[in-house]
Ligand binder design. Sequence first.
Ligand code: GDP
Length: 289
Amino acid sequence: MTIQWYPGHMAKAKRQMIEKIKQIDVVIELADSRIPSSSRNPLVGEIASDKPRLLILNKIDMADAEATRRWKNYFENEGLAVHLVNSQTGEGTSSIPEAVHHLTARRRSKMEKKGYRPHADRAMILGIPNVGKSTLINRMAGKKIAKIGDRPGITTAQQWIKVGKTMELLDTPGILWPKFDDPEVGLRLAATGAIKEELLDFQDIALFLLKIMVDRYRKQLAGRYDLPELPELTGSEEDHNKLIGLFDAIGKNRGCLVSGGLVDYDRTAEIIVRDYRRQKLGFLTLEMP
Ligand code: GDP
């Protein structure tokens, strides 16, 4: 499903989210480990400013493990609770209720002091499209999906899913729009498939991936495309030509030629982007803290 975001939709999504968050004790923000910063929407900080927050980096199986470790440290230094998961296999998901419970300790002790018995930790998952929100909700619901029924003040279709002994999760995620303003962020979102690639030039995405690989994943790049030599990038204008040269070499090695022996750039670009998405280039994180 691809969503077209218009200002009216964004305003409406924001209003609904603010309403929903009133019912919530902990906001679970989901991001993609391959692009931990670019896959976040800064609005979460604004609309959830008075709630404890758990940042979950999902799809750890697709990212560079060392980079993920650095990102986790980075966010923790910013004061965020961070959790790493693979929603597809369930790795890391069983300890989410405990992490959420930890974040509600203050609220619970306040309630107990007032003589109330604290209710279950109510959580909701927020994030931009394609970070894995539905996959994670289904995973958490498991087979023992227990429907607790509607609570007053919440629109009809929503259900709370009981997860473990301490947590209740809203069965519908909050969907936020991706960042649009920074072109590099756009390239990262397109490379991972978070936004429609038609919005961007395939060749730009492929060149962007090549640059990252020449910088940080040289062995994987050389191995995948039989490249005996890789250029050194210096940060000068020459870099672009060096990357085009590399593009040419990959196209030739892959037999992507048009008449006259010239390289078919469109096909070459498609191969590189598809290879990235299918993990044929290894586990690549596209930005570093
Ligand atoms: P949503 O739009 O945020 O609800 O994202 P979805 O749950 O629909 O997931 C988007 C795509 O990512 C689907 O193809 C999922 O199978 C895939 N996905 C979700 N979580 C993971 C994960 O941890 N690892 C991998 N490899 N794929 C995942």
